[in-house]
Design a protein around this ligand. Structure first.
Ligand code: DX5
Ligand code: ZN
Length: 217
């Protein structure tokens, strides 16, 4: 069965002097999600946005806000991003112990929101196998988290295949999302491996936004 592909343009690559204009173009492109990368300077060597900036996006747009936190304290910040308007809250497996990870899943779901878990390139997909029922989104990082514009790591495709197989075997309708180095070529590879959500930053914003989004779907 053909699965619908969701394109999630990444705020990280926006031109911050033309945000309203670019947001309008994303809306016209038909991309249903907007990917919002939160970095704390500890979990990754870069700093980005907090909940107040997310509130601005919530006010300006009805897009599904896909928040990806690359931070050390995902539990501490969850409520803040949820009340700021996150529709999905994805945190890193590497940043949470088993009990924290379970609490986060319960907390986000109890608010009727979607919850995701992400793995860095060096983390094997197998670590997620015990948690398949707890998450709505499995996010495979196909570059080292921290910066846009890096090259897609091909080994990520094997992780996508495994996760797709496991969630299908369990009859779950979880999303398999891929983030990093997505362009027209890598999008095709990721989709045929089983990814249904494609995050794209530099590819979308360095080209004509509407055309770039269409070329990925
Ligand atoms: C990187 C971020 C990505 C980033 C992807 O740590 O998680 O979401 O925006 O950027 P590109 O598409 O340029 O690789
Ligand atoms: Zn991201």
């Amino acid at each position: 069965m053909e699965r619908e592909t969701i394109i999630a343009p990444s705020v990280l690559s926006m031109d911050y002097s033309r945000m309203a204009e670019q947001l309008a173009e994303i809306e016209q492109s038909g991309a249903p999600w907007l990917h919002f990368d939160v970095m704390d300077g500890h979990f990754v060597p870069n700093l980005t946005f907090g909940p107040d900036i997310l509130k601005g996006f919530r006010k300006a747009s009805d897009l599904f806000l896909d928040v990806h936190v690359m931070i050390d304290r995902p539990l501490f910040f969850a409520e803040k991003f949820l009340s700021a308007g996150a529709d999905n809250y994805t945190f890193h497996y590497e940043a949470a112990e088993d009990d924290e990870l379970r609490r986060l899943s319960g907390l986000v779901r109890s608010q009727g929101k979607s919850v995701g878990i992400s793995i860095k390139p060096d983390t094997p997909a197998e670590v997620l196998k015990p948690y398949l029922d707890l998450f709505d989104v499995f996010l495979v990082m196909s570059v080292e988290p921290g910066f846009g514009g890096q090259k897609f790591i091909p080994e990520s495709l094997d992780k996508i295949r495994l996760l797709r197989k496991w969630v299908d075997e369990k009859g779950l309708d979880s999303h398999i999302e891929v983030d990093g180095g997505i362009n027209e070529t890598t999008a095709k590879l990721a989709r045929s491996a089983g990814a249904d959500v494609l995050v794209a930053g530099s590819y979308v914003f360095k080209n004509n936004i509407r055309e770039a989004v269409k070329s990925l779907a």
